[in-house]
Design a protein around this ligand. Structure first.
Ligand code: NAD
Length: 246
């Protein structure tokens, strides 16, 4: 038997990076995967999963997408990284980040819960980060603040639904190779005057001396989606190459 046989899974931000790798990994374990993103071109390159557009910032789009998937497993992966300190953060950036990184999860969770409650089971997996309440990272003020909020959101949902068969956990990765990470390396490279210097800065904070692949994070998503993780709820699952564990 495959690890996710019989499970319907909805993934947000599945067009690239960790969401994409997770959608494919869960499909490979027998799940019926609904892979969604705002970038429909990126979705077109996914095989073996059903794809359609969901903008997690749009209530109606979320309601339609969740109704279509009726998921047993919800993986809230969408998020954006702003650069800068508290002094540099603008109100617009802060509003955008709280909407995309945090409120989006409230929308999808509210939409998915009635189906999960009816079936008396479900696993909700939220994308946080090691950069959150776990550890501070330089120039990640907005990001770290929103990702810490994801941990609080996760614990709150977990405690309210633990007796109803629904689990809610979050994932806290260190640095992961993805298209947007390559953009961040390029941007820092311009600031520092060389791409190598930027790469060095990202890699050096990982005691393992490398960043993660999206597939390594997807393996944790598969575990949290499956019944193998039936006894864990309400926790940030840290997967960071030793960054915060020293
Ligand atoms: P990425 O940043 O390269 O891709 C993000 C995807 O989100 C894109 O496909 C984009 O189209 C989609 N998206 C943007 N706005 C959306 C919206 N409104 N609705 C639906 N989809 C939308 O991928 P990544 O780097 O793997 O990041 C995925 C998640 O993992 C994010 O929440 C990120 O914060 C988190 N994370 C990433 C890292 C890392 O180092 N890459 C580390 C820790 C946590």
């Amino acid at each position: 038997k495959q690890r996710l046989e019989g499970k319907r899974v909805l993934v947000t931000a599945a067009g690239q990076g960790i969401g994409r790798a997770s959608a494919l990994a869960m499909a490979a374990e027998g799940a019926q995967v609904f892979a969604t993103d705002v970038n429909t071109d990126a979705l077109k390159t996914l095989e073996g999963v059903e794809t359609f557009a969901v903008d997690v910032r749009d209530q109606e789009s979320v309601a339609d997408g969740v109704a279509r998937a009726n998921p047993d497993v919800l993986f809230n992966c969408a998020g954006f990284v702003h650069h800068g300190t508290v002094q540099e953060a603008t109100d617009d950036e802060i509003d955008f980040a709280f909407d995309l990184n945090v409120r989006s999860m409230m929308r999808t969770i509210r939409a998915a819960l009635p189906g999960m409650l009816e079936r008396k089971g479900g696993s909700i997996i939220n994308m946080s980060s090691a950069c959150s309440s776990v550890i501070g990272a330089p120039n990640r003020f907005i990001y770290g603040t929103t990702k810490a909020a994801v941990i609080g959101l996760t614990k709150s949902v977990a405690v309210d639904y633990v007796a109803k068969g629904i689990r809610c956990n979050c994932i806290c990765p260190g640095t992961v190779e993805s298209p947007s990470w390559h953009d961040r390396v390029a941007a820092l490279g311009e600031q520092l005057g060389s791409k190598d210097a930027a790469l060095k800065q990202f890699v050096e904070r990982q005691p393992m001396g490398r960043v993660a692949s999206a597939e390594e994070i997807a393996a944790l998503v598969v575990y949290l989606a499956s019944d193998e993780s039936a006894f864990t709820t309400g926790h940030p699952h840290i997967i960071d190459g030793g960054w915060s564990g020293q």
